[in-house]
Unconditional design. Structure first.
Length: 113
């Protein structure tokens, strides 16, 4: 199984079936810190930081990846935290792309501190 951080996003325009709950749970094992949300139709993670600047730095880095890949998380951030919610809107649930993005966010979070 390839490391999700190094996998490429697959265009997803709909017509696919979202991951089954057992598949999503299996993928979670590859994305430490993330949890199922919205009745298993999304994943979420909250990162904490020492200040606003560090949270903002992560949000900006994630924004760059989101734009280049066309896969946009919902982002909430403020002083000392950044939270990301991922799901594939076109299929109304989870796709491997969500876990690839989660893995990339995990990798970025270390450099934002």
């Amino acid at each position: 199984m390839a490391d999700l951080t190094h996998k490429k996003f697959v265009p997803c325009e709909g017509g696919l079936t979202p991951l089954a709950p057992n598949e999503a749970k299996s993928m979670l094992a590859q994305t430490p810190g993330w949890e199922l949300a919205n009745d298993g139709k999304a994943i979420r993670r909250r990162f904490t930081f020492k200040n606003f600047k560090q949270a903002w730095a992560l949000v900006n880095k994630v924004g760059d990846i989101a734009e280049s890949e066309g896969h946009h998380p919902d982002i909430t951030f403020g002083w000392g935290y950044a939270e990301f919610l991922l799901w594939t809107h076109a299929i109304g649930g989870l796709h491997e792309n969500d876990f690839i993005m989660a893995s990339k966010i995990n990798a970025l979070s270390d450099s934002a501190k």
